[in-house]
Design a protein around this ligand. Sequence first.
Ligand code: THU
Length: 139
Amino acid sequence: MLADLDQLLDWESLRASAIEVATLAYCPYSRLQVGAAAIVAAQDGTLRRITGCNVENASYGLGACAEVTLAGQLRLTGGGRLVALACRSGTGELLMPCGRCRQVIYEFGGPDLLVDTPDGIHDMRWVLPAAFGPEHLPP
Ligand code: THU
């Protein structure tokens, strides 16, 4: 299943989108431009692409990671489930989602979300093992 979907996805194009939006980042403090691009499956089965970039703040701890603004885009464009995600710097380096962002994307993609990693395409079971998720909350 993972292999089938992985082959259908145009990872190079997704990576290119991440690099493109990384150049829109607001990052005067770290000067690290980060872009995230994802394929979303809507409830009606259609697929679309969403993106996000990091948005920093003079109060450093308030900065938003690219994956967080991507999660906002997911909701603002109709919701759905993340099925594939790539993160890149503005100069094209592969970046892994930070620990907090692994939790953020897990919320919207669950264990089957595919992520571009330095070790190839892996699902979230590999990226965030033994994850805490909505299923661990009381009904
Ligand atoms: N950053 C992201 O946007 N995503 C990550 O997963 C890791 C870090 C941003 C936050 C900050 O604006 C900059 O990268 C340097 O940490």
